[in-house]
Write a protein that binds this ligand. Structure first.
Ligand SMILES: Cc1cc2nc3c(=O)[nH]c(=O)nc-3n(C[C@H](O)[C@H](O)[C@H](O)COP(=O)(O)OP(=O)(O)OC[C@H]3O[C@@H](n4cnc5c(N)ncnc54)[C@H](O)[C@@H]3O)c2cc1C
Length: 386
C-alpha cells in the first residue's frame, strides 16, 4: 500500500491549484458578488484539459482516472467552490456519464465540444416533488413517431440555464416505478417549449442553478442514453461516481478553511500572544486536520474502486464506499468552515474575508448527490445486506 500520489496526480494537483491561484483567485469574490462565472473561464478550463477529465483522449478528454477527477475538483474548490461545482456537473455528471453509457455515435457527436469547453454540460434529475426520492420523478417522455415528447419540470440543475447538452431522466412507463425510467441526451433548440429560470442561491454563487420547464419538447429517440426503461441503472451508477468526485469537491473547501485558519491563528494576537497558542483554538485546528486527512484516505479508496466498478448501484462495493466518503466529506467540511469562522472571530463576518463565502458554499456538501441522511440509508442498507 502506497500513500503517495503518483507523479501524474501530483502534477495535476499542482497545476490546477496554480491556475486557480493565478487566474481565478483574483476574480473569486467578484464571481460570488455578481453570481456569474465569466464566459472565458470555460474555454480556458477546456484548453487546460479539465472539462472531461475521465473521458478518453480520442473524444477530446484528458483520459485520466477518478482519482484525477477528485484531485482536480479538490484543488478548484480550495479557491472557488462555485467553479469547481460547475466543472463537477459538467465533467463528471454529464461527460463521464455520457461516455460510460453512450453509443459510439453519441460519444463522437457530443463529447468533443463538451471536453473543449465549447458547450457546457448538465444533469437533470431533481424535480420540485422528487429530490431524495429520485425514482419518484414525474417528468414524462411520451413516444411520438421517431421522437419522445418531454413534459415536466426539473429544478436545482447546475449549469441548467446555460447547458448546451444535458442528461435528463424521465418516465417512459409511469406505472412501472424505477423500471419505467429512461435517460435522454437533451439539447436546447429542439421543437417544442423549453424555458429556464436562474435561481438565486445563498452559496455556490456563480455556478448557475436553474429551473427547467419542458412542454411537448421533441427529443429524437436516438438520444436515449443506455436502454429504454433502464435509466435507473444509468442514474444509480452515475450517482456513485458523482459521490466519489463530489468528495473531492467538498474536501477542497475544508482544506481552504483549514489553511486560512492556521495562518490567521498564527497572525492574530490577543492577550499578548498568538491565538494559535490557545489550546481551545488548537483543538479546532487539530479536528480540521484529522477530518481532512481521514476523508482523503477514504476518497482515495473510493476513487480506486470507482476505476474498477462495472456499473455501481445497489449491492456494489462502490455504492457503499462512495456514500461513506461523501458522508464524511460533507460533515468534515461543514464543521471545518464553522471552525474557520469561529477562529476568524468578527472578521469572518466581513465580506472581504473569504471564510464567510466558504461557510455559505460548503453546506451543499451535505445536500447534493443524496443528503447526509440518504447517504446513511445507503450505507445501512448495504451493511444489512445478506
Ligand atoms: C446548489 C444545488 C445544486 C444542485 N445541482 C443539481 C444538479 O445538477 N442536478 C440535479 O438533478 N439535482 C441537483 N441538485 C438537487 C439536489 O440533488 C437535491 O436538492 C437533493 O437530492 C435533496 O433533494 P430535495 O432538495 O428535494 O430535499 P428532500 O428530498 O425534500 O429532503 C428534505 C429533507 O428530508 C430528508 N429526507 C428525505 N427523505 C428521507 C428519508 N427517507 N429518511 C430520512 N430523511 C429523509 C432529507 O435528508 C432532507 O433533510 C442541486 C441542489 C442544490 C441546492
Amino acid at each position: 500500500m502506497d500513500f503517495e500520489l503518483s507523479e501524474l496526480h501530483r502534477m495535476l494537483s499542482e497545476s490546477v491549484y496554480d491556475f486557480m491561484v493565478k487566474e481565478i483567485e483574483p476574480i473569486a469574490e467578484q464571481i460570488d458578488r455578481e453570481d456569474k462565472i465569466p464566459d472565458w473561464v470555460w474555454k480556458r478550463v477546456g484548453d487546460l484539459g479539465w472539462m472531461g477529465v475521465t473521458v478518453p483522449e480520442q473524444y477530446g478528454g484528458a483520459g485520466m482516472d477518478y482519482l484525477a477527477q477528485c484531485i482536480c475538483l479538490e484543488q478548484m474548490s480550495r479557491i472557488c467552490p462555485a467553479l469547481s461545482l460547475s466543472c463537477h456537473a459538467h465533467s463528471n455528471l454529464c461527460c463521464d456519464n455520457l461516455y460510460r453509457n453512450g453509443t459510439e455515435e453519441q460519444r463522437q457527436k457530443y463529447l468533443p465540444a463538451l471536453c473543449s469547453g465549447e458547450k457546457l454540460g448538465a444533469l437533470a434529475l431533481t424535480e420540485p416533488n422528487a429530490g431524495s426520492d429520485a425514482v419518484g420523478i414525474q417528468m414524462r417522455a411520451t413516444k411520438d413517431g421517431s421522437h419522445y415528447l418531454l413534459n415536466g419540470t426539473k429544478t436545482f440543475i447546475t449549469n441548467g440555464t446555460v447547458a448546451g447538452v444535458m442528461i435528463l431522466y424521465a418516465k417512459t412507463e409511469p406505472g412501472k416505478g424505477a423500471k419505467g425510467i429512461t435517460a435522454f441526451i437533451v439539447e436546447p433548440g429542439y421543437e417544442g417549449t423549453f424555458t429556464t429560470r436562474h435561481l438565486e442561491k445563498m452559496g455556490e454563487r456563480g455556478s448557475p442553478t436553474g429551473e427547467l420547464v419542458f412542454e411537448d419538447y421533441r427529443v429524437p429517440e436516438g438520444n436515449i442514453l443506455g436502454e429504454l426503461n433502464q435509466g435507473v441503472h444509468v442514474m444509480m451508477g452515475g450517482l456513485d461516481m458523482e459521490r466519489v468526485a463530489g468528495t473531492g469537491w467538498t474536501i477542497g473547501i475544508a482544506e481552504r478553511a483549514f489553511d486560512l485558519s492556521l495562518q490567521y491563528a498564527k497572525d492574530r494576537v490577543q492577550f499578548g500572544q498568538r491565538i494559535a497558542e490557545f489550546q481551545l483554538v488548537q483543538d479546532k485546528l487539530v479536528e480540521m486536520y484529522v477530518g481532512i486527512e481521514s476523508t482523503k484516505l477514504l476518497m482515495y479508496k473510493a476513487a480506486t474502486l470507482a476505476a474498477k466498478a462495472e456499473r455501481g448501484g445497489k449491492g456494489s462495493e462502490i455504492n457503499k464506499v462512495a456514500a461513506a466518503a461523501l458522508l464524511m466529506a460533507g460533515q468534515v467540511a461543514t464543521q471545518a468552515a464553522l471552525h474557520a469562522v469561529q477562529i476568524h472571530g468578527g472578521y469572518s463576518y466581513m465580506l472581504d474575508y473569504p471564510v464567510n463565502r466558504l461557510l455559505r458554499d460548503v453546506k451543499l456538501g451535505e445536500i447534493g448527490a443524496g443528503t447526509t441522511e440518504i447517504r446513511k440509508l445507503i450505507i445501512a442498507r448495504e451493511l444489512l445486506r445478506d
